[in-house]
Design a protein around this ligand. Structure first.
Ligand SMILES: [Zn+2]
Length: 290
């Protein structure tokens, strides 16, 4: 089985990369191996599914939207594939699907076959979307740190939604009404303090064997799950033997997303409202435009 290595997702500043086509086919929702891929395939049309031998395009995951951009055939620059969505299959064979189309110059079946014959291509990531998504997602991490710094240890991050339309983090737990009413203002003061303090976003790779549970995505690791020593040699974050740990402002958690390099890059993060529902609190926020 072909195994794809997702290269350099760690490096937010890499927007162009070379690769080779592994396969190019029409979308087949029923054949998708994951529910997410199936829903992606059915959500827009027309669609093609392009798989490369490696990619710098970040798949949707952990509440973070995918990269978008385009992929150009090196020998035929007019052959330009617009990428509207990127999804990764789960499991050991981490195949990444680039969903999109050639626009008006869509290919017939014969042309599809020739286009997929190991052709060298160049990947172009939409830089402004990548940076916006990284800021929205990183702000979710910073929010976790602000919640903890305010002493709300009973609020446990469970889900993040880091899309531009209404980003929020959902916490398991409850607060008394007076505390809850004052939460946005209190969080905004703490967020501003953290941003003014600044510091690097810290990323490290720890062996899965040292974690209790491991995992990825936007979730909080229990303190006992953070090992005393990490490996000195960075491993690929998608390796089954390692988990990528991200620390923004003090709270460390396993995460495969894209992040800003420095907390100061966030400039401003503002909590807009807190919504309570059945044992959870949803904290909505916004990031300042660049
Ligand atoms: Zn993250």
């Amino acid at each position: 089985m072909f195994v794809l290595i997702i290269t350099d997702v760690v490096d937010i500043d890499r927007f162009v990369a070379n690769a080779r086509v592994v396969s190019l086919s029409r979308r087949a929702p029923a054949a998708s191996t994951t529910q997410a891929a199936a829903s992606a395939a059915s959500s827009s049309s027309p669609g093609l599914d392009l798989v490369l031998d490696e990619t710098i395009m970040h798949p949707q995951g952990g509440g973070q939207p995918s990269d978008v951009g385009f992929i150009q055939w090196d020998a035929q620059p007019e052959r330009r594939f617009t990428v509207v969505d990127v999804r990764a299959d789960k499991g050991a064979a981490a195949v990444v699907h680039h969903y999109g189309s050639f626009g008006s110059q869509d290919l017939d079946d014969a042309a599809l076959a020739t286009a997929s014959a190991g052709a060298p291509v160049t990947i172009h990531v939409d830089e402004s979307k990548r940076r916006l998504h990284a800021r929205l997602h990183s702000a979710g991490h910073l929010l976790d740190s602000a919640v903890r710094n305010l002493g709300h240890t009973g609020l446990v991050p469970s889900k993040g939604y880091h899309f531009p339309d209404g980003p929020n983090v959902e916490y398991l737990g409850e607060l008394e009404q007076t505390v809850r009413d004052g939460l946005p203002a209190a969080l905004n003061i703490e967020l501003q303090r953290l941003i003014a303090t600044g510091g690097d976003v810290q990323v490290k790779y720890v062996p899965t064997s040292t974690l209790e549970g491991g995992g990825s995505g936007h979730s909080l690791a229990a303190p006992s799950a953070v090992p005393a020593q990490e490996t000195s040699e960075p491993l690929r974050y998608d390796s089954p033997d390692a988990v990528r740990m991200v620390n923004i402002g003090g709270v460390e958690c396993p995460c495969g997303g894209t992040h800003v390099k420095s907390i100061g890059d966030l400039q401003n993060v503002k909590v807009t409202k807190v919504k309570r529902a059945k044992g959870t609190l949803k904290v909505y926020y916004e990031v300042s435009p660049m």
